[in-house]
Design a binder for this molecule. Structure first.
Ligand code: ARG
Length: 577
């Protein structure tokens, strides 16, 4: 049920009947304050201006023509021409019932789109670090949300698995294997990469070998490919452990690394040359873009092939956009990459569009995010200034959660249950802290805030969920016994019920904008409305059977909405904490 769409349609019809053009927007929004009703239509003012009509007069006409029978029980005009709509509790109650009768909580089936989501994208022979955490967590929430709505989602893990660094990595892997008689220790990828680099910088014979391997690898040499594959496999196995720990839905099947686009690159370059988009410049191939100016105010040159014949990160992203449209059949492609790569993406896409590789009907969207900062406001680093490894961060989260939970809940004895809880809270806290902030800005990583039981945090939301769930358990209520329809008689019941029916509106926003924080804010709000309802409206001791039944149903829909909502975020719930 999408009340906002329904009302938009109704108000638009009335606007058109009142003389507005067919494309007039009703501008229906959820009202910010109860006194303005549940929804507000704000479109009258701009339409009145176009029609040269006093807005209040138009508003009156619209209200007269507006047919909200069975939906609203009061419609008011406020201020210069706002239309305030008060939903009919009977309408709200009936839709609570239909939401409960549906596994997907009554959400409207979508016209399914194919949506490719580019996220996580760690680099081979490097440990995943906190810079990849935001992409992984936010991207996975976008995946889950779009999938829940019914879209076909293709996860694309654009792993950095190609480039000149592989010569040095292969040469080093060879060295390690020789020294350890085949025993390869890649456990510490960061250390492996550093050692490879050191050998490259300090040992001329090694460097020579490394350069040779780059050429051989690019030429498809079997030995080099085999070594390369080993590096990719070991890295991705390690990353997979992190994905599993993080409750992220990526699998090894979702890897679509840079190397996938390799054999497209020569064709792309010659095609761009043939189309007159790319030109030779001092031996390199360059696309000059009028849309972007360099320091001197001249069109910016984007290199797509280097003098030595090598291709670039941008060339790969041009090919990749083409592939996602042409081969994967994408209707939309969402990229979860930090904001520093914005210009890179814009350049790659501008070129792809000009070349006709991706039509305008297919959206390429950069859902960028800011940096993770330490409490000092500087980029998040270890005490000694190094990059924080994701796996270390997760270990610490678990340790802290264990301490917190055993302190709060010393009587929890079942070891398996305790582990599950510790995991859900620890990992949930890290993820939720990231998801609940607007993604476009930097955010401060703060253990105390994210593990607090108050405020918009994972532990609070998880606890709120167990509280609702416990009502049914304590009273041993069989939810199938709740057969009477919902009747809303108290204001707090109606407020909670209306908010619960707005679930789909929030899902739609998250799916469109890639903003999981709107889901977090919504669920937090639902938890708050539930608390206030629970405090004022006795459930099990309700004054009559109708109220008891209705309130139990409201609690049940709250429970399901919290669980489903947290699930779209990739946050686990537990039944007890
Ligand atoms: N591997 C890159 C990095 O670590 C991110 C890749 C993002 N995706 C893309 N299509 N460029 O910075």
């Amino acid at each position: 049920m999408n009340i906002q769409s329904l009302l938009s349609e109704k108000v638009s019809q009335a606007l058109i009947a009142a003389g507005a053009s067919a494309d007039s927007e009703a501008q229906v929004r959820q009202s910010a304050k109860a006194q303005f009703g549940d929804y507000q239509a704000n479109g009258v003012m701009s339409v009145a201006k176009k029609l040269g009509m006093p807005p209040r007069q138009l508003a009156e006409k619209v209200v007269e023509l507006l047919d909200l029978n069975g939906i609203a029980n009061k419609v008011e005009i406020a201020g210069p021409g706002f239309i305030n709509i008060f939903l009919d509790p009977a309408f709200v109650g009936a839709h609570v019932d239909s939401a409960l009768n549906d596994e997907k909580l009554g959400i409207t089936p979508v016209e399914p789109q194919t949506i490719v989501i580019d996220y996580s994208a760690p680099n081979v022979a490097k440990e995943m670090h906190v810079g990849h955490i935001r992409s992984t967590i936010i991207g996975d929430a976008a995946v889950r949300t779009n999938e829940f709505l019914g879209h076909k989602v293709i996860r694309a893990n654009h792993v950095g698995d190609w480039g000149t660094q592989f010569g040095m990595l292969i040469a080093y892997l060879e060295k390690v294997q020789n020294e350890n008689a085949g025993d390869m220790n890649l456990a510490d990828l960061e250390e492996f990469y550093r050692a490879a680099k050191k050998n490259y910088d300090e040992d001329e014979a090694f460097a020579e070998r490394a350069r040779g391997y780059v050429v051989k690898l690019q030429g498809g040499d079997e030995y080099c490919l085999q070594m390369w594959r080993k590096l990719v496999d070991v890295t991705m196995k390690q990353n997979q452990l992190t994905y599993n720990r993080l409750n992220v839905t990526l699998t090894e099947d979702d890897v679509m690394g840079e190397s996938l686009y390799n054999n497209m690159l020569p064709g792309i370059v010659s095609d761009l040359q043939a189309k007159g988009l790319a030109v030779d410049s001092e031996g390199a191939v360059v696309v000059y873009l009028d849309e972007y100016k360099n320091k001197d105010g001249d069109p910016m040159g984007v290199i797509i092939r280097k003098k030595d014949g090598g291709y670039l990160y941008t060339t790969t992203d041009i090919a990749c956009a083409k592939y996602r449209y042409e081969t994967l059949g994408a209707d939309r492609v969402l990229y979860y990459i930090d904001s520093r790569q914005h210009q890179h993406l814009m350049q790659a896409w501008t070129i792809a569009r000009k070349a006709g590789y991706v039509p305008d009907s297919v959206a390429l969207e950069h859902h960028m995010f800011g940096m993770m900062l330490g409490k000092d406001g500087k980029p998040f680093k270890t005490r000694s200034g190094g990059t924080v490894k994701l796996s270390d961060l997760l270990d610490e989260a678990i340790d802290r959660a264990r301490k917190l939970i055993t302190e709060k809940n010393p009587e929890m004895k079942d070891a398996a249950e305790l582990e599950k809880l510790v995991n859900a809270v620890g990992i949930g806290a890290i993820k939720y802290a990231d998801l609940s902030k607007s993604r476009t800005t930097d955010y401060v990583f703060d253990w105390d805030n994210m593990l607090a039981f108050e405020g918009n945090t994972a532990p609070y939301m998880q606890y709120a969920y167990t509280r609702v769930a416990s009502i049914f358990k304590r009273a041993e209520i069989d939810v199938n016994s709740l057969t009477q329809p919902v009747v809303l008689s108290e204001e707090r019941e109606a407020a909670l019920a209306t908010r619960l029916l707005q679930f789909e509106e929030v899902l739609t926003v998250v799916a469109r904008e890639g903003t999981p924080h709107t889901m977090c804010a919504y669920l937090y709000d639902v938890a708050g409305l539930f608390s206030s309802f629970y405090e004022h409206c006795p459930i099990l001791n309700a004054e009559d059977e109708t109220s008891r039944n209705s309130r139990l149903k409201l609690a049940l829909l709250t429970q399901r909405t919290l669980k489903t909502g947290l699930d779209t975020l990739g946050i686990e719930t537990v039944e007890r904490m």
